[in-house]
Design a protein around this ligand. Structure first.
Ligand code: SF4
Length: 291
């Protein structure tokens, strides 16, 4: 089982497409360590194998290092989703992270500046990425980029600029009304450039291609497949993830209703907690609320 934990909704960027992981984005809230650590202990009994720390920008959390170390010490794989702006300042805390999802979002330098509210530019994003790869050559680092018109028109140049990143995730925004921004369009374009499609276990969510230098994962944002009704049920059944907000609201997916478990964590009421966790996990068998 996987848990996606939002450490804070705060971010030092302001991207126009930010979905905030489907939460109402209350600012200035940072997840509390004591409650979080108790919750993770409870979740380990539910065969928790992976934790994704996300945000907002998770590296803004003042106790990010303690959180990463705690999760790692439970023998749980740690993934981090970051915009990369703070990876140099927080270099040491990333030691125990198994997978870093480094979101560049756009390769268009003007759009990038706008997303960061002029605080960071694309050159710095590449510089930080390069520093990260130098520091952790063995680590699984994946670059996330949203498929936009700039990428489609300049795909060869974009991949050249990303030559040090061997794993790249190109993301179709949902709902995608423009065929030229779809993962199928990008797949055909990459095939025309000599990429070969690779078999994957996650066919419904991802298309994987490689040219020996880059492995490219083409994916839709979470739940995008739900537009396709005949895939919906299978997709939901496959989704073995729960989501947790900084306020300790727990829910199955972006579209399900959540339950606030903060006071149960405070009182360490594990039996009620386990009941709610069980109900949340089993929601995958109920019809999708987004229908
Ligand atoms: S960097 Fe990520 S979390 Fe921050 S505003 Fe952009 S999309 Fe949202």
């Amino acid at each position: 089982m996987e848990a996606r934990i939002i450490l804070t909704h705060d971010c030092n960027y302001n991207c126009d497409f930010c979905h905030g992981e489907g939460w109402f984005k209350k600012k200035g809230v940072f997840i509390e360590n004591t409650k979080l650590f108790f919750l993770i202990k409870v979740l380990t009994k539910w065969e928790l194998t992976n934790v994704t720390l996300s945000g907002g920008e998770p590296l803004l959390h003042p106790n990010i290092g303690d959180i990463i170390n705690f999760v790692h010490n439970q023998n749980i794989k740690v993934s981090l989703v970051t915009n990369g702006s703070l990876v140099n300042e927080n270099g040491g805390v990333l030691e125990k992270v198994d997978l870093i999802n480094y979101s560049i979002h756009t390769m268009d330098k003007n759009k990038y500046l706008k997303n960061s509210e002029q605080r960071y530019d694309l050159v710095q994003a590449f510089w930080n990425l390069s520093g990260l790869i130098d520091r952790y050559p063995e680590k699984d680092i994946r670059v996330n980029i949203i498929i936009d018109r700039f990428l489609i028109q300049n795909i060869e140049m974009c991949l050249y600029k990303l030559k040090r990143a061997n794993k790249i995730k190109l993301i179709e925004r949902f709902p995608c009304r423009d065929k030229e921004l779809s993962i199928e369009f990008v797949r055909d374009k990459l095939k025309g450039m000599g990429f070969i499609e690779v078999e994957t276990q996650m066919k419904r969510r991802k298309i994987v291609l490689t040219n020996g230098m880059h492995t490219i994962y083409l994916t839709r944002v979470f739940c995008a497949q739900l537009e396709n009704l005949h895939l919906k049920q299978t997709y939901c059944m496959e989704n073995n993830e729960i989501n947790i907000s900084p306020e300790f609201i727990i829910k199955k997916c972006r579209y399900s209703n959540g339950v606030n478990i903060s006071s149960l964590l405070e009182k360490k009421e594990d039996s009620k907690l386990n009941e709610i966790i069980g109900d949340t996990i089993n929601l995958k068998e109920v019809k999708c609320l987004h229908e």
